[in-house]
Design a binder for this molecule. Structure first.
Ligand code: NAP
Length: 476
């Protein structure tokens, strides 16, 4: 049984979770302890005790610990990638790439631990000098979703530790395996006991306890907008520092002058790989009328040739949906699209494979309208809809007509339209002739509108959330 890590000790919880593979629900990945609210409180207390000890360590020690973690993750990429693919269902190459990214993130923040920024200025008053210091926030609660079981925890835990904070980490209940393996590595990195704690279990128990505890000074959350809103109301009311990364309904605009093959590739890669379970996945193709038919037919042909299957099989291009609830929701959205009058060009059906898993064919709706639910609501599956647009201005207007603003793409050979889109698209990330999903780890990540709340994640911008600024005036 895989236990929780609290105050440097591996402890049983009050229940056990069976971690089952979505590729084969008869494949038991492992048994994982479920923490109670009391266990979570113990982890918070341990973190509160350890945080000043960790913050007092020389930066070199923090850098070395993060470097150790990153190096081991990279060394074990195949093994950790296999575990990830098995428990979440993304294909083995996708899972190994995610593990590599997690390792690179720890390496990046190992360097950042040595470069914690500060400023020194002369005061406007004679004889006084001003220092602007960045200091740790304290205990950070980290709440992660299931779709990136190691990379998202990595991009929250690594900066939290680099800047001298202590962590209580709650992974998604669905995928505790990768989180446990990561935590086991962190446990051996030489941190004072209690600096990093793992509490596995349900959001309504473990997550809620983190959200409500006044000793948790900041919460970094990634997940659905509904949960994010609940956290904002609860933790915001006690003035906790919040970083909420939430949903998306990301558009890919395709103009008449686009390179057709490139546009089809961007669409298929961006919308359907990782089974469409990426917050940055394209789910609305907004296509100028002159290229609309050729684009839709091209995407359809590519989808029909994709191999859907077991995450660990070598020829699989699209793995199963990660869990039963999401699977049923995807199929329900296919029915919603049909009832709204969109045309299902292909896919959207359950598939039988040799093993009992959540398999479905990737779906493309054509002739969808912007106000349809399938064009407005986040589905989070391998389903996208194509919406015709009169011209570039119309396409931009449709692209911006969403409560979300995470990632947005445009396929065009026109510098004029690309430059305009870059400035006028209301999203945190803009992709030009490249898929909406797929980002670098050393630059800021996040969105606008209902997609994100608080400061950006990743890269040097992470310092904004994981430190607090102190201004010091010294009369020499
Ligand atoms: P979710 O249901 O909101 O869950 C996210 C996390 O919050 C899980 O660990 C969950 O615990 C926990 N949680 C649930 N209720 C809670 C509560 N009352 N208090 C505190 N924590 C609570 O989201 P999901 O289904 O795992 O992930 C899919 C969503 O994540 C999609 O909307 C996707 O767009 C979004 N996402 C966004 C980004 C981004 O960077 N913008 C990246 C990836 C995913 P349980 O494990 O018990 O459910």
């Amino acid at each position: 049984m895989h236990k929780n890590l609290i105050a440097g000790r591996w402890l049983d919880g009050t229940g056990v979770r069976e971690n089952l593979s979505p590729s084969d629900t008869n494949d038991l990945v492992g048994l994982y302890a479920q923490a109670s609210a009391d266990d979570t409180q113990s982890a918070i207390a341990a973190a509160e005790h350890a945080q000043p000890l960790w913050a007092a360590k020389p930066p070199q020690q923090r850098a070395d610990a993060l470097d150790f973690i990153g190096a081991e993750i990279l060394l074990r990429r195949e093994e950790l990638g296999t575990l990830l693919a098995r428990e979440e269902g993304k294909t083995l190459p996708e899972a190994i790439a995610e593990v590599v990214r997690a390792g690179q993130i720890f390496k990046f923040f190992a360097g950042e631990a040595l470069r914690i920024p500060g400023e020194h200025l002369d005061s406007v008053r004679p004889g006084i000098e001003v220092d602007v210091l960045r200091q740790p926030v304290g205990v950070i609660g980290i709440i992660a979703p299931w779709n990136f079981p190691i990379a998202i925890p990595a991009w929250k835990i690594a900066p939290a530790l680099a800047y001298g904070n202590a962590v209580v980490f709650k992974p998604a209940d669905l995928v505790p395996g990768s989180a446990w393996a990561l935590s086991e590595i962190i446990h051996r990195a030489g941190l004072p006991d209690g600096t990093f704690n793992l509490v596995m279990g349900r959001g309504s128990v473990v997550g809620q306890t983190l959200v409500e505890s006044p000793r948790v000074k900041a919460l970094s959350f990634t997940g659905s907008s509904d949960t994010g809103r609940r956290i904002l109301h609860s933790a915001g009311a006690r003035f906790a520092k919040l970083q909420l990364e939430m949903g998306g309904k990301n558009p890919l605009v395709v103009l008449n002058d686009a390179d057709l093959e490139q546009a089809i590739e961007c669409a298929v890669q961006g919308a359907y790989f990782s089974t469409g379970q990426r917050c940055t996945a394209s789910s609305r193709f907004i296509v100028e009328k002159g290229i609309y038919r050729r684009f839709s037919e091209g995407v359809q042909a590519r989808l029909q040739a994709l191999q859907v299957g077991h995450a660990l099989h070598a020829d699989t291009q699209i793995g199963p949906v990660a869990e039963q609830g999401q699977y049923e929701q995807n199929l329900a959205y296919v029915d919603i699209g049909l009832s709204e009058g969109a045309v299902l060009a292909c896919g959207g059906r359950p598939l039988q494979r040799d093993t009992q898993g959540y398999y479905m064919s990737p779906a493309l709706f054509v002739d969808a309208e912007a106000q349809m639910r399938i064009a407005q609501e986040e589905i989070f599956g391998p389903i996208a809809c194509a919406i015709p647009a009169d011209d570039y201005e119309h396409a931009l207007q449709l692209a911006n007509a969403s409560p979300y603003g995470l990632s947005a793409g445009i396929c065009t050979t026109s510098l004029k339209y690309a430059a305009h889109f870059k400035r006028h698209m209301h999203s945190g990330m803009v992709m030009i002739n490249t898929p909406t999903a797929g980002v670098d780890y050393h630059v800021p990540f996040g969105g606008t509108k209902g997609s994100s709340y608080g400061s950006r994640e990743q890269g040097r911008y992470a310092a904004e959330f994981f430190t607090t600024v102190k201004t010091v005036y010294t009369h020499a």
